[in-house]
Design a protein around this ligand. Structure first.
Ligand SMILES: [Zn+2]
Length: 255
């Protein structure tokens, strides 16, 4: 039988949750949760999600549905405010506290690996942690802290943390992570650059000279790398050759 995960997408509709610097928690949570759902489903996990659009979504309304669903894991997807910096995860304090701590630890590990610091595993009496199913309450970072926000201020970065969440949940469930195959693009495809990643990869310096908005042709496609800012809409990692050497560019979309 498939493993089951329920996802509470924090806030939505009339309730934006935390809001600062032009960002709303409800929007960030939705991007993260939808990518998390996609990643889990890709691994054969059954998912119950509280909302898939910007609509009113009360935890109190979702709770009875989760109770009926009986998930192996529940996660609440939230974003923080209040002047702190970093990721926070809340564990249960009921009789599932040991299992919940294990789940939180696994998720925290991958969030750190994805470049976010952690403020640790904490406790709080959140409604969704009262359920008799193993749960974690996730706070990605602080929207009202510009330095923290810079780590998740694009859908691409938000999805990267969703991948971190998925890796932690799957590890807890004993399901091996499977890299996404490089499909959807082929050599020769014309693409438009919507973002660029420049840094060091595979021990060689990768310098991106591609301007955002410019058009390129794909010369090579890789599926073997796990870039720090891999983009969800691009299936696999794509590199585009240019005159200065190799640029590993993510955030491209088909023209
Ligand atoms: Zn929240």
């Amino acid at each position: 039988m498939s493993k089951k995960v329920s996802i509470e997408v924090g806030h939505g509709g009339k309730d934006p949750g935390a809001a600062a610097n032009g960002f709303r928690e409800s929007d960030i949570n939705l991007v993260v949760a939808l990518e998390l759902e996609r990643q889990l489903k890709r691994h054969g996990v059954d998912v119950l999600i509280s909302r898939t659009s910007d609509c009113n979504d009360l935890a109190a309304d979702f709770l009875p549905k989760v109770q009926l669903y009986k998930p192996d894991v529940h996660v609440s997807v939230h974003t923080n405010a209040g002047g702190g910096e970093g990721f926070e995860v809340y564990k249960q304090t009921n009789n599932l506290t040991t299992a919940s701590y294990k789940l939180c630890t696994a998720i925290e590990k991958y969030v750190k690996e994805a470049g976010q610091n952690s403020r640790g595993i904490k406790t709080c009496n959140f409604l969704m942690l009262s359920i008799p199913h193993v749960a974690a309450y996730l706070e990605l970072g602080f929207v009202d802290n510009k330095k923290d926000l810079a780590k998740f201020d694009t859908a691409e970065k938000q999805k990267n943390f969703a991948i971190a969440y998925a890796k932690g949940i799957l590890e807890y469930l004993g399901i091996a992570w499977v890299k996404e195959a490089a499909v959807g693009f082929k050599v020769g495809d014309k693409v438009k650059v919507t973002g660029a990643y420049a840094g060091s990869a595979n021990n060689s310096k990768a310098t991106s000279s591609a301007a955002v908005g410019s058009e390129r042709y794909i010369t090579q496609i890789y599926s073997g790398f796990d870039f720090p800012y891999r983009l969800g809409v691009v299936k696999g990692d794509v590199s585009v050759g240019n005159t200065t050497g190799f640029a590993y560019e993510s955030g491209i979309c088909k023209v």
